[in-house]
Design a protein around this ligand. Structure first.
Ligand code: ADP
Ligand code: GN1
Ligand code: MG
Length: 365
């Protein structure tokens, strides 16, 4: 069993470890909230994470990315009069000054300041809150617009290359490692019927028609810490996938998760749809910031980007299901299949609402 007290002491030696508890609902890393006490009896918390080394092979490069990006953001936040310890992540180094700690079993650990008085949502309760999320993710792209990408490694190659994701699905169907393909014929058909969509964004980027920007690439709702009182987005977290990408990746992934009327793993598909009201408030918030720097082609890509990001996520869940659940953490049988089904339901709904989605984007440009 992991000794969280020992791991914690590799980062903080002058406080007493009280306890550590699993925290959050991420699908990738193992996150703990760790309680500490100083010599005056003051209790504080930090975030301790075991980095998923199956997903992230180059932990040195990954942590250099995060330290580089957060240091850069801190300077901008200070210049804009914000709080650099609250509005971006703060990596706590190990006692020997490293960005992460590798334990005897080869697991890699990192520690962050705990951003207090915030919460994360799994689904949006109030449309206005989603407006604030749009502003935050728009601001994240804005603040990183002049970041020197030569120092960024690609932490997961071809992360949002939908063409390659589709290829991976075809391979998974062919190999059928977990013997599940027979059970998901409808989902496989749904995916294969949409092959024509998969190259749209890749083609725009690779032809140079659409610029690469520094994007977050995983802008789901629970990757933004929301102030408990003001309900404004405070801090964009989960910076593992900050890499060059298309602006619509971030817009699209936010819509995929946050504009859904149900949880990502809802089993009652009648509850799952893309709320056009939520789509509109997010678009309004995002465009209030990003409208200033996006090119017309990028603006045109937003609505279709939402659909493609959702489709891509659906095929990733399906691929993982066929491969035997090796990538995303699952908490029940068929969890990845349930997740795939919600994504495909959303795709179908977006196909019906696409004209309206485009009209809404145009309204705020
Ligand atoms: P994963 O990659 O597994 O999604 P995250 O980095 O997103 O991991 O962390 C999982 C959850 O932990 C987040 O959704 C959030 O609720 C919480 N969390 C992460 N970092 C912090 C932090 N610095 N302060 C407060 N909560 C955090
Ligand atoms: C993963 O790390 P987390 O839970 O925020 C995944 C995203 C998916 C998302 C689906 C590095 O995000 O790409 O969209 O699950 N992150 C990685 O919920 O693969
Ligand atoms: Mg996360």
């Amino acid at each position: 069993m992991t000794n969280l007290g020992f791991i914690t002491s590799q980062f903080i030696a002058d406080k007493t470890y009280l306890h550590g508890l699993p925290y959050g609902e991420g699908h990738i890393n193992d996150t703990y909230s760790v309680c500490l006490q100083d010599s005056d009896g003051v209790i504080s918390r930090v975030i301790l994470q075991r980095i998923n080394s199956y997903v992230f092979k180059d932990v040195d490069g990954l942590m250099n990315n995060i330290v580089g990006v957060t240091n850069f953001l801190k300077k901008k936040i200070i210049a804009e009069g914000g709080d650099p310890q609250r509005e971006t992540l703060t990596v706590i180094p190990t006692v020997s000054g490293d960005n992460y700690y590798r334990d005897n079993e080869g697991d890699c650990w990192r520690m962050y300041l705990f951003v207090e008085n915030t919460e994360t949502y799994q689904t949006i309760r109030n449309a206005e809150d989603f407006y604030n999320c749009g502003v935050s993710f728009g601001n994240f792209q804005r603040m990183l617009a002049d970041y020197d990408t030569s120092g960024l490694i690609e932490t997961i190659k071809d992360f949002h290359n939908t063409v390659k994701r589709f290829e991976a699905l075809k391979q998974a169907i062919k190999k059928d490692k977990a013997g599940r393909a027979g059970k998901v014929r409808d989902e496989i058909k749904f995916a294969l019927d949409r092959e024509k969509d998969v190259g749209v964004l890749v083609e725009l980027l690779e032809s140079g028609k659409m610029p690469y920007r520094v994007t977050h690439n995983d802008t789901k709702l629970n990757n933004i810490l929301i102030d408990k009182k003001t309900k404004k987005g405070v801090c964009v977290i989960d910076l593992d996938t900050v890499m060059p990408g298309a602006a619509c990746y971030d817009f699209g992934d936010s819509i995929r998760f946050g504009a859904s009327t149900a949880a990502e793993d809802e089993t009652d598909l009648s509850k799952v749809s893309m709320s056009i009201e939520l789509f509109e408030v997010f678009t309004k918030g995002y465009m209030s910031v990003a409208g200033e720097f996006l090119t017309p082609i990028e603006i045109d890509s937003l609505a279709i980007g939402a659909k493609i990001m959702t489709f891509e996520c659906g095929i990733r869940f399906l691929t993982d299901y066929l491969n035997g659940d090796v990538y995303f953490k699952i908490h029940r049988e068929d969890h990845n299949l349930d997740r795939c089904r919600t994504q495909f339901k959303l795709v179908q709904d977006m196909e019906e609402k696409m004209d309206l989605m485009k009209e809404i984007v145009n309204k705020y440009k």
